[in-house]
Design a protein around this ligand. Structure first.
Ligand code: GLU
Length: 469
């Protein structure tokens, strides 16, 4: 059997962390089995679905690299398929017209609730043939009255629900619109879905869907209902816990690789292993290792993974994602060193790509002011002569490379008979604007010789102004 899985989001908001994890598990299982992954947008709730949300989901999936082999399908474009099967069930006597008004239904529900019963449709129109002429009606599915629906869930084990618990579901509303559960059934069947991976909030729909699949003569897929994600305080994950939209993670400077690695471990494990390349995830993933219990979000771990990937991924891949942040922060990358070289020297120093751009601005543009604390400490009158001397030495470097730069600095220190710090720190503040930078030789080599000299002049001027004030 060749595996086909799907991700079927409703476009009512952004792609959130829970949805992305479901998508990842579904995608991973398809890839691990050499199968296909289908993307289906469940947009039948016209009131709540928006174009913006559809796009947000597509963007989120693309950013994570969860590519689909088929789709995206849109349920709103498939109404004729759903209606075809509704008509078939009607013709086969497996569905029926229900003329009950919502007022009547509400009254029945109220009565049931008063008696402490579960509200359910009592099957009033199931066998009636006295259809009132010209009255609006819904179509209901004839759920079997007896027996038990049993399915083996890959996460939750065997699940069984008695048919006496299930009432006759509306499959076409009075306004002619097919309902959610019915669309899912038809789609899963027509799209050849063999494994349904979805959130546990859908587990109550599964027995109903299985009954409809059976009535249609469709094969029953396998199921894996994945548990919820909680915030680090044990409460349901929400905006309160920080980013919940996948694209917010991009905006905050996370690499998709880190987010994927983080998501895969949120409810799935392989021994004690924490770091998984995409290839490893694919080869090791199995539905049967998904945890039954809810997983708790842990931002520190995500940051740790992000740092790990910023340092260890091939630099070109980091460049690809880092660029966006530089552009976002208005930094012109044409105006300075190759971004890959900057990343190589800065990668140890940051948790996120956003931070990377923030601390790398001086490679691409002039800064207006020296960091106040660094200047106070290092651009003092005693540093002036050292800066003048090192400027001279650096001006004479013929080959602007780390080694010759380091030699010029060393020679200056030796000639002046001062420790390296007395030259290094003022020079660092002069060239980068702050007291934090990678080692001076590589940093200066990435800033041009002309710019370094000019910035030293600026620092000398700063000291002179300070002396005179
Ligand atoms: N559209 C549903 C949701 O976004 C998922 C349905 C399913 O996976 O069967 O929650």
């Amino acid at each position: 059997m060749s595996v086909v899985t799907r991700f079927a989001p409703s476009p009512t908001g952004y792609l959130h962390v829970g949805g992305a994890r479901t998508a990842l598990y579904s995608w991973l299982f398809a890839k691990s089995q050499g199968g296909k992954f289908v993307l289906r947008i469940e947009d039948t709730d016209i009131e709540r679905s928006t174009e913006q949300a559809k796009q947000a989901i597509l963007d989120g999936m693309a950013w994570l690299g969860l590519d689909h082999d088929e789709g995206p399908y849109y349920q709103t474009q498939r109404f004729d398929r759903y209606n075809h099967y509704i008509d078939k069930l009607l013709a086969d006597g497996l569905a029926y017209r229900c003329y009950m008004s919502s007022d009547e239904l509400n009254a029945i529900r109220e009565e049931q609730e008063k008696k402490g019963e579960k509200p359910r449709y009592p099957g009033t129109w199931r066998d009636r043939t006295d259809h009132p002429e010209g009255q609006p009606y819904a179509i209901r599915f004839k759920n079997p009255k007896e027996g038990v629906v049993v399915f083996k869930d890959h996460v939750r084990g065997e699940v069984s629900i008695s048919n006496t618990e299930l009432d006759d579901l509306v499959i076409r509303r009075t306004d002619g619109a097919p309902t959610y559960n019915f669309c899912v059934v038809v789609d899963d069947w027509e799209m050849g879905i063999t494994h349904v991976v979805r959130g546990e909030d859908h587990i109550n729909n599964t027995p109903r869907q299985i009954n409809i699949l059976k009535a249609l003569g469709a094969p029953i897929p396998e199921y894996a209902h994945v548990s919820m994600i909680l915030g680090d305080d044990g409460k349901k994950l929400s905006k309160r816990h920080g980013a919940v939209s996948v694209m917010q993670y991009r905006d905050d400077g996370f690499l998709p690789q880190a987010v994927l690695n983080y998501l895969v471990r949120l409810g799935w494990s392989h021994g004690d292993q924490e770091v998984f390349s995409k290839e490893e995830m694919i080869s090791l993933f199995s539905l049967d290792n998904i945890s039954k219990s809810a997983s708790a979000f842990n931002t520190d771990k995500l940051i740790w993974l992000n740092q790990h990937y910023i340092k260890s991924l091939p630099v070109d891949e980091v460049v690809q994602h880092a660029k966006w942040h530089f552009v976002q922060q208005g930094i012109d990358l044409n105006n300075g060193p190759d971004l890959a070289d900057v990343i190589k020297v800065q990668s140890e120093r940051v948790d996120t790509l956003k931070e990377l751009a923030q601390i790398s601005r001086y490679f691409y543009e002039e800064f207006d002011e020296f960091d106040a604390n660094a200047a106070k400490k290092h651009l003092r009158p005693v540093a002036k002569d050292n800066l003048i001397a090192v400027k001279e030495a650096l001006t004479n470097v013929a080959d602007w490379k780390p080694q010759s730069i380091q030699e010029a600095i060393n020679n200056t220190a030796e000639t002046l008979g001062v420790g390296m710090g007395k030259i290094g720190m003022p020079l660092r503040v002069a060239a980068t604007g702050s007291g934090n930078s990678p080692s001076l030789d590589v940093t200066l080599a990435l800033i041009s010789q002309g710019t370094v000299v000019q910035r030293i002049d600026k620092a000398i001027e700063f000291i002179e102004n300070r002396e005179n004030s």
